[in-house]
Design a protein around this ligand. Structure first.
Ligand SMILES: [Ca+2]
Ligand SMILES: [Ca+2]
Length: 258
């Protein structure tokens, strides 16, 4: 039998202490407007991962950061302070329902949650996804999802589907004119022959797409031939956009005008 006594090494012992650790679930919207309001489903959960109960003041700071580590370059988004009571292993959740986007430079930002306890211990967690922060902008683009008529006589009309997407970070609102043209090469040019246009009332949320069925008439004077169909979104430029040069949608197939 072994006679060696079991001795717990003294250096292995530690004082009992609380340890407030934040975690973030949910995310901010992928596109945020500088200085604008945001809504979110973010929940910050603070868990006492220590082995002693915590009771005392604590501060939860939310920061916007270009990386997932807090540092002096981060920008405060909001802060809550109050008394917190948490037994070892217990958690408390805080919903971040809305807020204001700080005046940040254009870029991608993570949300950081930083907890400071009464002893000055700081623990943090970062969101897994980032949000792109930029001043308010609208950018319309278009697509012709097809099909388009394979053949059309001059003087005839046709109805085609035109999909409009707002790639901006605020709602695109206004009356947009959709101008149809025919392109022999498939590379749109302002010298393409015109088929007429259609005005539509537009209200498109950031990132949203909508498909419109639009009718055009082939002018009797159009030169016969085989063409790609071009739909230029907002061809009278009633809606200001960050990029006015990406508004031509080109059909995947050609149509023969007879
Ligand atoms: Ca555009
Ligand atoms: Ca425009």
């Amino acid at each position: 039998m072994s006679g060696a006594p079991v001795i717990e090494p003294l250096e292995g012992r530690s004082y009992l202490s609380a340890d407030l650790v934040p975690a973030i679930s949910g995310s901010l919207p992928p596109a945020l407007v500088t200085g604008g309001k945001f809504k979110s489903n973010v929940v910050v959960t603070i868990t006492n991962q220590g082995d002693a109960a915590y009771a005392g003041p604590a501060t939860l700071d939310l920061l916007a950061s270009t990386d997932q580590t807090p540092d002096a370059g981060d920008t405060p988004v909001s802060s809550i302070s109050g008394n917190l009571k948490l037994k070892p292993g217990a958690s408390k959740s805080f919903k971040v329902k809305s807020g204001t986007v700080p005046a940040l430079a254009d870029g991608d930002y993570f949300l950081l949650a930083q907890v400071t306890d009464s002893a000055g211990a700081v623990r943090s967690a970062g969101s897994t996804t980032s949000s792109h922060v930029a001043p308010a902008f609208v950018d319309l683009t278009g697509a012709l999802p097809g099909p388009i008529p394979a053949s059309l006589a001059r003087g005839a009309s046709a109805t085609v589907a035109v999909t409009i997407t707002n790639g901006g970070n605020v709602t695109a609102k206004g009356n947009a004119n959709i101008g149809f043209r025919v392109s022999p090469s498939g590379t749109p040019s302002q010298s393409d022959q015109r088929l007429g246009s259609k005005s539509i009332g537009l209200s498109l949320a950031p990132g949203a797409s909508k498909t419109f069925k639009l009718k055009f008439v082939v002018p009797s004077g159009l030169l016969t031939g085989t063409y790609f169909l071009v739909a230029e979104i907002d061809n009278l430029n009633a809606i200001a956009e960050s990029d006015e040069g990406n508004n031509d949608a080109v059909s995947a197939t050609t149509m023969t005008i007879t």
